[in-house]
Design a protein around this ligand. Structure first.
Ligand code: ZN
Ligand code: ZN
Ligand code: FE
Length: 757
């Protein structure tokens, strides 16, 4: 029988996921000789033995991968025989080209859970149990290659029992970098409201007692601190709202298990799958009407609860005592999630009654991710813990680009070859603390990928903090990219496509190529460029930015556009004096401090205010969200009528008939739920009509749906259905959010194409 020797290079998520032990076991079982090592590109190995055994080994490598591993590239090369005997794992090598993919943080695996609750196991009830198949990764990696000294676990010296597991190729903890036990690893620590350490032998028992008593406890998790409170206790939830100054934005819940969650939400098969995936995101689930377990204050005026299952061993221990807990990101309003032990007491002063911390450092913050099922498929609302730093594949390899995203829901993106790595969710850059987090994310990404950008892509908006950030980076050329073009490109790349499409891009606000505020756009374009072929009619925003916070202003503007100064008498405007109304009309008439916008988000605001839902908002997108939440399509009232005109070669969707129909409904006392249904249906109809006209004029192309408005389930599902009925191919987001959290991906791909043409 013939012998052969192969060198195999593997790239992908192959570090920190038990890949070398897996190779070792496989090679030993097949009696092959050679070695395996981690380097900065991934895994490199050589095997030598009988040809048939080597071939079987190669097949098994890809067929029997460890649960968290995934291979993106695989190279084989035959080598001369060396006659070496035995198989060994060689310690890590540094190389100058770093492309090794770090695994995301992953929920605790079944094997570890079994041990956690087994009284005879040496890690019985140990809150930091993990193995090569599970546990923290991204949040504690400080550098690549992924080895214990390059993680925050470098602080702990393994005891002899842990070291034996770590060195034993048949152990589930062979080279598990965060391996630890109660004798040698991190432990829990309890602090009072002022940050004084409390002497207790059982911190967890104290926390359970405090939560049962209605107290607010800050709990250190995987990517940052949560604030926990008993969701059944209305007074406690109210106290949390008041202390966080968070009047209405929903709080996330962590349920003990699926059965516990099923008590208060409805769960479809797809949603069940999402709740249980290794990423463990928050899933938006419809509330059960008759449930009594969770008080309404957890998610006021919302039909959904954001629910996740436990993902760390500590969560499992804690949730033994509760069917569910509020687990909301620990931060002051609009600030990033608190993750550093040095800042936690000052940042949460006056909010938390008690702190449950531990001494395993978090290197980089990552919020919980949020997913919603739209049109039977999961769509990310926020892509962070569990997904980051998994890369998105670009259509072609490109020069290195850094894309710095937009202003709200900021997330940045760094490319390397044909892979785009998006950062964790950074947040709203108006806040200085969030801006600091942007700098950290940028440094961290460049270090992990080991690349430096040749071009920096930023939003066309001159006043975004992300634009200023890009401007401050010296000696690298910059490229400004129109906001909605970036949305279009993001959805294209998200679907692995590279061609011209019709983009229906509906969002809150984006800076247009004509320096106006856009946000209800029909574009024809690809990665190389775009043409604005249509848009929603422009509405004035009386008071400028104030109109974003005060939807009644948009309602007034919509009425002014349809009726002029004869604004109908509506109770909505009862608080406004006739003199002020006159002043508003003058502002609108003369265009004083009333910038025009084609924003779909602002149109939603106007309708939400007219329907009596929301005059003033306390968080971004609230008016539109509440309009969707109240939707009642049980009745068969027809859709409102939007009209389509052609102006200067562009299709323009106008609102005057719609506005008259809406006012007539208000006079008839039609409910907000039905107004909402008629509005949503009308909007979906006009999207279809516009796409049909665009197709007739420019030819058939797929339609991409992107922008924050397409987080709206009813609208998205209806638009998809109508377009498909008319034989359009429809592309929606899969790997990154439709909102501005996904925009950096589009910027990166457009910039890459720019460099290559
Ligand atoms: Zn495990
Ligand atoms: Zn130990
Ligand atoms: Fe946007």
């Amino acid at each position: 029988m013939s012998l052969k020797r192969l060198q195999i290079r593997i790239e992908g998520i192959v570090q920190g996921v038990g890949f070398r032990p897996f190779v070792f076991r496989l090679a030993s079982e097949s009696r092959l000789n050679g070695w395996v090592l981690n380097d900065s590109a991934g895994v490199l190995l050589e095997v030598e033995g009988f040809s048939s055994a080597v071939d079987d080994f190669v097949a098994a490598l890809s067929n029997q991968l460890p649960p968290l591993a995934s291979i993106s590239r695989f190279y084989l090369e035959e080598q001369p025989l060396t006659g070496e005997s035995g198989f060994r794992i060689v310690s890590s090598q540094q190389s100058d080209h770093l492309v090794a993919q770090i695994s995301p943080d992953t929920h605790v695996c079944q094997d570890c859970l079994q041990e956690l609750f087994d009284p005879s196991d040496r890690r019985y009830l140990y809150p930091f149990i993990n193995c090569t198949n599970c546990g923290p990764r991204y949040s504690l990696v400080t550098a690549v290659p992924y080895d214990r000294p390059s993680t925050t676990m470098a602080d702990f010296q393994m005891c002899s029992s842990c070291q034996q597991e770590y060195d034993n190729p048949v152990s589930r903890r062979f080279h598990a970098q965060p391996n630890a036990c109660s004798a040698c690893g991190p432990d829990l620590k309890l602090y009072d409201h002022a940050g004084h350490k409390l002497a207790t032998r059982d911190p967890l028992a104290e926390v359970v007692k405090a939560l049962h008593g209605g107290q607010i406890v800050a709990i250190k998790g995987l990517g940052g601190y949560h604030l926990a409170v008993d969701p059944h206790n209305e007074k406690a939830v109210a106290r949390l709202r008041q202390r966080k100054k968070r009047d209405e934005k929903p709080f996330a819940l962590m349920a003990r298990d699926l059965d516990a969650a099923a008590e208060f939400v409805q769960i479809t098969t797809e949603e069940k799958r999402l709740l249980e995936t290794v990423e463990r995101p928050i899933v938006l689930l419809e509330q059960r009407a008759e449930q009594r377990l969770i008080c309404q204050l957890v998610a006021p005026r919302n039909r959904y609860f954001g629910v996740m299952l436990p993902y760390t061993p500590l969560h499992y221990l804690l949730l033994q005592e509760f069917p569910a807990l509020v687990m909301t990101s620990a931060n002051q309003t609009d600030e990033p999630i608190v993750f550093e032990d040095t800042e936690v007491f000052s940042h949460l002063a006056g909010i938390a009654d008690l702190y449950l911390g531990h001494n395993r450092r978090i290197h980089i913050r990552t919020d919980d991710s949020i997913v919603r099922v739209l049109a039977d498929a999961p769509v990310l609302m926020r892509r962070s813990r569990g997904y980051v730093p998994r890369a998105v594949r670009l259509p072609v390899a490109q020069p290195v680009v850094l894309a710095v995203g937009a202003e709200l829901k900021n997330c940045i993106c760094l490319t390397s070859g044909d892979r785009a790595t998006l950062s964790h969710h950074i947040g709203d850059l108006k806040n200085p603390a969030v801006l600091k987090s942007l700098h950290q994310a940028n440094d961290h990404l460049q270090q992990l990928l080991g690349v430096h950008p040749e071009l920096i892509a930023h939003d066309l908006h001159p006043d975004y903090a992300s634009t200023s950030f890009a401007q401050t980076i010296p000696n690298v050329p910059k490229l400004a990219i129109q906001h909605h073009h970036a949305h279009l490109a993001s959805c294209l790349v998200d679907n692995g496509r590279d061609e011209e499409v019709i983009g229906v891009i509906f969002d809150g606000i984006g800076y247009g190529s004509d320096q106006h505020i856009w946000g209800g756009e029909f574009l024809l374009g690809d990665l190389g460029g775009f043409e604005r072929v249509g848009h929603l009619s422009e509405l004035a925003m009386p008071g400028g930015d104030a109109a974003t916070r005060e939807p009644w202003r948009m309602a007034f503007s919509l009425l002014y556009q349809a009726f002029g100064e004869d604004i109908p008498e509506l109770s909505l405007f009862d608080d406004i004096s006739p003199a002020d109304k006159k002043l508003l009309c003058q502002m609108l008439g003369k265009g004083i401090n009333s910038p025009l916008t084609s924003s779909c988000g602002r149109l939603f605001d106007a309708v939400s205010a007219l329907a009596g839902l929301r005059n003033i908002v306390s968080y971004e997108g609230q008016a539109a969200l509440e309009l969707e939440m109240c939707l009642d399509d049980c009745l068969s009232l027809p859709a409102y009528t939007f009209e389509l005109e052609k102006r200067a070669g562009q299709f323009v969707v106008t609102f005057s008939t719609l506005t008259r129909q809406l006012v007539a409904d208000l006079e008839q006392g039609v409910s907000a739920g039905q107004i909402s249904a008629r509005f949503h249906q009308g909007l979906a109809d006009i999207v279809l009509q516009s796409c049909v006209k665009i197709r007739a004029e420019y030819g058939a192309r797929p339609v991409v749906l992107s922008g924050g408005v397409f987080q709206n389930a009813y609208l998205t599902e209806r638009v998809c259905q109508l377009l498909k009925n008319e034989h359009f191919e429809v592309l929606t987001h899969r790997q990154v959010p439709p909102n501005d959290g996904g925009i950096a991906l589009g910027q990166a791909a457009i910039a890459g194409r720019f460099l290559q043409t």
